[in-house]
Design a protein around this ligand. Sequence first.
Ligand SMILES: NC(=O)c1ccc[n+]([C@@H]2O[C@H](COP(=O)([O-])OP(=O)(O)OC[C@H]3O[C@@H](n4cnc5c(N)ncnc54)[C@H](O)[C@@H]3O)[C@@H](O)[C@H]2O)c1
Ligand SMILES: O=C(O)C[C@H](O)C(=O)O
Length: 359
Amino acid sequence: MQPTSEASQRIARISAHLHPPTLQMVESSTLRTMNCRAKGGAPGFKVAILGAAGGIGQSLSLLMKMNPLVSVLHLYDVVNAHGVTADISHMDTGAVVRGFLGQPQLENALTGMDLVIIPAGVPRKPGMTRDDLFKINAGIVRTLCEGVAKCCPRAIVNLISNPVNSTVPIAAEVFKKAGTYDPKRLLGVTTLDVVRANTFVAEVLGIDPREVDVPVVGGHAGVTILPLLSQVKPPCSFTSEEIVYLSDRIQNGGTEVVEAKAGAGSATLSMAYAAAKFADACLRGLRGDAGIVECSFVDCQVTELPFFATKVRLGRGGAEEVFPLGPLNEYERFEAVNHFFIVYFATYRNCYTCIILGN
Ligand SMILES: NC(=O)c1ccc[n+]([C@@H]2O[C@H](COP(=O)([O-])OP(=O)(O)OC[C@H]3O[C@@H](n4cnc5c(N)ncnc54)[C@H](O)[C@@H]3O)[C@@H](O)[C@H]2O)c1
Ligand SMILES: O=C(O)C[C@H](O)C(=O)O
């Protein structure tokens, strides 16, 4: 057989110098990935990122490709999924990466996944609130969660798309309708609030942020974000000015970034870091590690509100335990009483919309 291409001619030249020859002359014009010797199924979890080509999605894909607990990483988007996949797949870390583009490939992207992370949706521009994103992002989240219900109903879902106070209840409605709802497996990602709180508190105290742990409860929008500064670890005290400064900065951290980016989107890099941190905690929980506790926006009975961000213990079944708020000081009680009704409103506004959408 005569070599028919440059690639075949190169293979023929190399084969001629190997004793015994280990490379066969092939007709195919190029050695494709699928011709490579298959890697034995590495232990680890299968993770899908929906919205992987976006601002958060790209950095998050990079960070999840670096996570040793991930064996398979599926990157799904409605644009540029293959470009991001090609790029990320060249990293010499363990996870096998596959790309999926557009609605017809959603089911393949989701089948068999243990953890699904959803940063798909539009971000804010200056002057907008997260609620302004509701109309478009609710529809996106609904479609993606219908795919999850169909293809990987037992997966843990980490929902990032805003407004989290409403998209999480939307996802719950989709799963209820499909008969797959498990409240323990649906987790709204509020880790960025905790990450910001740790950073800003550390700055005020003049210590390393890695030593600081601030519980942040409530929701993920403005005044519904309540950092419990009375419960900071290591134990410390703040002046009234410091409490006002810290609460305000933590509650408006998202807006600070939106304004600084001046129309080019919202937090992506710190969010990807926060999402990767939370996803890693979920994977360690799935592995059976003990004592994994993170804040998350979940369906729970900690308050009278149907969904609430609070500390949860992550395990094989997702948020296996939801912790009460613990003792609040007078300021925190006042904030909670005056602002948490907004979370309630977000949930019921969402249910109303679900009815309109025909759910
Ligand atoms: N939970 C949080 O703390 C937090 C923090 C930051 C941003 N966010 C939110 O995350 C979302 C994404 O932000 P971003 O900066 O990455 O936005 P982005 O516009 O850069 O990326 C969004 C990606 O979603 C994709 N997408 C749109 N519709 C899709 C669909 N139907 N299926 C799959 N992918 C789809 C887009 O193609 C795009 O690649 C926004 O809603 C933003 O408000 C949440
Ligand atoms: O503020 C936004 O719109 C994005 C995100 O919710 C954030 O907190 O940074």
